[in-house]
Ligand binder design. Structure first.
Ligand code: FAD
Length: 411
């Protein structure tokens, strides 16, 4: 029996879903609204729970070519500079969880998934195709989108494409997912009041003392900064997150979340921090800004699948980046989706039942990670007594607090 999955969105989640579904024996038609497949210039951390999935998809070698594998995660106080706790990564992670802790450029991760999907004869990738109309019956799901040819771009509004029918629709279309709105009609995501400033630069452009091959999290009142190597350690990714809102004018285009910005506001927010951190921030001129949005944690499985439609990645569970697992959960979703849809090829199981099982197997873990990410943000940005308690606990129990067996050991 040939079954066809329609996938809305060609980000990390959509490509991972395409790979998992084709590996499970489904045909895939993926639709991406952009004119080309691309990812923003930023880093991403992948815990062993995620690299284990990539290993299972024969991507360990490709990942090793582009990623860095830091040997420690260190937590430092942003004001005193003091080291608060350390989690050994490197060989310790492989030994404990059977897979490495990797840090990678988002575009490199996206590209290695894209290369793998392109090798599959059973996947069709469509660019310039913005899905906007959806219907489902008991037997099928139908989508229609606005399509543009390269010559038409910028000349006239895109025309409606043909109606396309499939056995399942996977909404992997991100934070502002149109598939989610059709399915759940729960309105836009919420603005968190946190701003992420990010920079990605060759380590060689920094003075020797500012280069680093570790993951370092600097925790300060109402802010934190994370830095780690990518691209085999040759580049450094730096993200500074501060609490604050942009004025109405500059936040008007919230869904265009990749803004060029200057470093003034970040430097002002970090004014009271220690010299090594300020030196790093002051050494970097080019920053981009993300206005962080999320949704409350999932409350039930039906928020992740209904009938022949399932949500995956940020479309289902957009989260704050304080556990570094948003893309990780999208990749875990994709692996579970592949397992469920593989079983749906057996005539004894129908597609809605197997998508419901996918949602049942995923929603609680996704909700837990969303909730933990919110809590981490409160702990990272703590001040006063809570900060004192955090620092004391980290000094006493560092590794035990920073290691997360429920997350890194499970899926
Ligand atoms: P997206 O990447 O948003 O992809 C959605 C795609 O759908 C886009 O290509 C879009 O163009 C397309 N699309 C949208 N609408 C349509 C339509 N109607 N038709 C067709 N196509 C459509 N995660 C980690 O795992 N580790 C980290 O260290 C980490 N760090 C982060 C740091 C920051 C500052 C932030 C903001 C996030 C971080 N994340 C991290 C989270 C991670 O970036 C996201 O969870 C992940 O990229 C989501 O992938 P996605 O494919 O679900 O969505």
């Amino acid at each position: 029996m040939i079954r066809q999955a329609l996938i809305s969105g060609g980000g990390i989640g959509g490509l991972a879903a395409a790979l998992a579904c084709t590996r499970a024996g489904w045909e895939v038609r993926l639709f991406e609204q952009a004119a080309r497949f691309s990812e923003v210039g930023a880093g991403i951390q992948l815990g062993p729970n995620v690299t284990r999935v990539l290993q299972g998809w024969d991507l360990a070698g490709a990942l090793a070519e582009v990623a860095a594998f830091p040997d420690r995660l260190q937590v430092r106080h942003a004001v005193s500079g003091q080291e608060l706790g350390v989690l050994p990564l490197g060989a310790a992670m492989v030994q404990r969880y059977g897979a490495p802790y990797a840090t990678v450029h988002r575009a490199d991760l996206h590209q290695l998934l894209l290369d793998k999907v392109r090798q599959r004869m059973d996947a069709t990738l469509n660019l310039n195709f913005r899905l906007a109309r959806f219907t489902q019956t008991g037997d099928a799901v139908t989508v229609q989108g606005r399509v543009r040819s390269d010559e038409e771009i910028g000349k006239k509004p895109p025309a409606w494409g043909p109606q396309i029918e499939g056995d399942a629709l996977i909404g992997a279309d991100g934070l502002w997912s149109p598939v989610r709105q059709w399915l759940l009609a729960d309105g836009p995501p919420r603005v968190t009041g946190h701003l992420a400033y990010r920079a990605l630069l060759p380590q060689s452009s920094l003075p020797e003392r500012l280069r680093s091959q570790h993951v370092t999290a600097w925790l300060g009142p109402r802010l934190h900064v994370v830095q780690y190597p990518v691209r085999g350690g040759e580049w450094l990714n730096v993200v500074g997150i501060v609490q604050g809102r942009l004025d109405a004018a500059s936040s008007a285009d919230l869904d265009n979340w990749d803004h060029a910005t200057n470093a003034q506001a970040l430097r002002a927010a970090l004014a009271g921090t220690c010299a090594p951190l300020q030196d790093l921030i002051n050494a970097i001129d080019a920053w981009r800004l993300w206005i962080l949005c999320d949704r409350p944690p999932l409350e039930r499985a039906q928020q992740q699948a209904q009938g022949r439609v399932a949500l995956l990645g940020d479309a289902a569970h957009p989260m704050r980046p304080y556990l570094a697992q948003g893309a990780g959960m999208a990749i875990e979703d994709a692996a579970e989706l592949g397992r469920a849809l593989g079983q749906a090829l057996d005539p004894a199981f129908d597609v809605p039942t197997m998508l419901a099982r996918y949602a049942l197997n995923r929603w609680q873990r996704n909700a837990r990670v969303q909730a933990r990410a919110i809590r981490n943000g409160q702990i990272f940005h703590a001040d006063g007594l809570v900060r004192w308690g955090r620092d004391a606990a980290l000094k006493l129990l560092g590794e035990r607090l920073l290691d997360l067996p429920w997350l890194y050991g499970g899926t």
